[in-house]
Write a protein that binds this ligand. Sequence first.
Ligand code: SR1
Ligand code: MG
Length: 411
Amino acid sequence: MPSYDSYFLMKSADAAEFARERLKLFPAGARLEHAEIGDGNLNYIFRVWDPQGGRSVVLKQAGGTARISDQFKVSTDRTRIEYEALRIENELAPGMVPATYGYDPVMNCCAMEDLSDHVIMRAGLLQRNRYPRFADHITTFMANTLLLTTDMVMDHKKKKALVGSFINPDLCEITEDLVYTEPFDDLRKRNDPFPPNREWLERRLYQDEALRLETAKLKLDFFNNAQSLVHGDLHTGSIFVRQDSTKVIDGEFSFYGPAGYDVGNVIANLVFAWANADTVMADPAARGAQTRWLEETLVEVVEGFKRKWKTLWRERVAESTARTPGFAEWYLWRVLSDSAGVTGLELCRRTVGIAHVKDLTSIESPPHRVRAERLCIDMARRCILERDRIVGGDDYLALLRWAAERHPRPA
Ligand code: SR1
Ligand code: MG
């Protein structure tokens, strides 16, 4: 039996024993079942359950390189960061993240609630499910975690201490490279465009100097703007859903950064779901119902976020200078502009870069995938270039409709 006194990458049997013997999550002698269930880019995820007692837990362990590629050397400290972020998020937005059961700094492993009764939102959307509570839940999560961790609300020294404990250089570097740099300059030659779109993407992304200038400005903001404790990877693969429940997972990218980073990720991933549904669904009535729900959700994500942000601002902001007339409006406008910019960045990087989304890659017919990708990219470009004017849900809807019309569905 391993002692768990020095780090090694566990198999699922080790994880079961670790949960029982080290974390004491099961009675001594419990006969546990176990499986490795991870399919993400970075970590190893184990489900451990006790068929007799009925309890089940999930363990997440970090390895020294990413699962997607050994090129990414990533500090195992990310598990501590995720664990601490989960505890803060559970305080600020109760019930919107899995409960935590323990963290072990030697094995770089944390234990949390098993959410097997939920599905990953991206998969659920690709099965054409709809989640009526999602917009309400995710806007509560974002408004609460993003505004309540700023200097506008927090004691400034406590906030600075949090900034320090969430310094996350390796994971930020992944984002700086994959989101802010390589979609617009394939300097490491690791982009992975869909071949029929390769030249079109090169012209649209690598050869447009005005676009590249704006992405450089956005990257500066990501480097420097320690505004809020952001989740840092809030796409639909990081969200578990049920009809009545939403749970945000996978917080290892958390750090103090621009609040708009999370909002833009949610918006962009709803656009991917829309592009898939509008391109792939053959039956007009079913397609209309799915795309309408996605449009309403997108609008409500933006408008609900603004509404909840403004309410919280009135109730919770303590910084005296924030009461200066015009400041509250200016501050929210900056967050919305960043959100629009990040929406564009996320749409670009998931299309051209190494870390794709199934919404696009699962489209089997080449002309259909070409169409879905092009509409995402044309919308993305305007989100980046015109971000200061994109302030409401209807602005996104207008851009989505404009891009879809430019690229009609293939017959
Ligand atoms: C090397 S990790 C690639 C991507 O997977 C994660 O989920 C993040 O989105 C990251 O950019
Ligand atoms: Mg993830």
